[in-house]
Write a new protein. Structure first.
Length: 287
């Protein structure tokens, strides 16, 4: 049921986006244990592909991916067959192959030194009205460090990398390592972004204005733009070319030549008519 719900939400949101059509994501869920015990609420789970953070979520009741649902998005349609690496509190736990449309139960387990054990922390997933990479939006409960008072506690936030641009937004997850229970200095977890397809999957589509008039320096210009906004110039047409500058009205130009020829033609016709009239007049006079 969770898989169907997640895919349904994703498809509905995708209908409203103006960027390239993404492929169906891969959903994950399961238990999370640290040193053989259920992970505390708010333990950070991140997923990486090719060394980049692609999704993240927080644990609740020793589990992840139930509420909220958790999935790896595929906005560029290029993740099929790639390996996903899952991390629990920054420690690698498991790997799995990405497949569009799959729903996988993947239990995560790590062993940490006692000093690095996470405790329930204050955090929430980025707020918003549409799913972000990793799943739907749901805040987690607030937990404070019982050993430090709020007045004495100094927030120490750490964040995942920004996830891929999706629906005009990028998100990340930030966790206060000191568990102060306050969010006064919490970094932003959502920002606007512009979709730019990777070079490998984007086909440049250039459109150009008309060439300008030839300038005195012997050049013409035009402006070309890539309609697909690939961010590459591999097939960009030239925007400057050489030309022969000719001042307006110069007889050396084609236009000037024909203008001069037309004037001479008219004058020649007038001269011929005048000569013909003179010949006729002389002929009749002698007669």
């Amino acid at each position: 049921m969770y898989a169907q719900l997640g895919i349904l939400i994703f498809m509905l949101v995708s209908l409203g986006t103006a960027s390239a059509i993404p492929k169906v994501p891969h959903q994950f869920y399961g238990s999370v244990t640290i040193n053989g015990k259920p992970a505390p609420d708010g333990t950070l789970i991140t997923a990486k592909i090719d060394g980049n953070d692609v999704a993240g979520t927080l644990t609740s009741n020793g589990k992840y991916g139930y509420r909220p649902i958790f999935y790896i998005p595929d906005p560029f349609g290029n993740k099929e067959g790639k390996t996903i690496h899952f991390y629990v509190s920054g420690v690698k736990s498991a790997s799995y192959t990405f497949h569009n449309g799959d729903s996988t139960e993947l239990n995560l387990s790590v062993t940490l030194p006692v000093k690095n054990l996470p405790s329930a922390t204050t955090s929430s997933q980025p707020s918003g009205s549409s799913p972000s990479p990793g799943g739907s939006i749901k805040s987690t409960p607030s937990y404070k460090n019982p050993k430090i008072s709020e007045a004495e506690c100094v927030e120490n936030w750490t964040c995942t990398d920004w996830f891929e641009c999706f629906n005009g937004k990028q998100t990340r997850i930030c966790v206060d390592l000191n568990k102060c229970g306050t969010t006064k200095n919490k970094p932003e977890e959502t920002k606007a972004c512009e979709y730019v397809a990777p070079e490998k999957y984007c086909i440049e589509n250039w459109t150009c204005t008309e060439w300008s008039q030839c300038k005195p320096d012997g050049t013409q210009q035009r402006v070309c733009k890539d309609v697909n906004k690939c961010g590459t110039n591999k097939y960009k047409p030239i925007e400057t070319r050489a030309c022969i500058y000719t001042p307006a009205g110069n007889p050396g130009s084609i236009t000037g030549f024909f203008a001069l020829y037309s004037k001479l033609h008219v004058l020649g016709m007038i001269a011929l008519i005048a000569i013909a009239c003179a010949v006729i007049f002389i002929y009749w006079f002698k007669k």
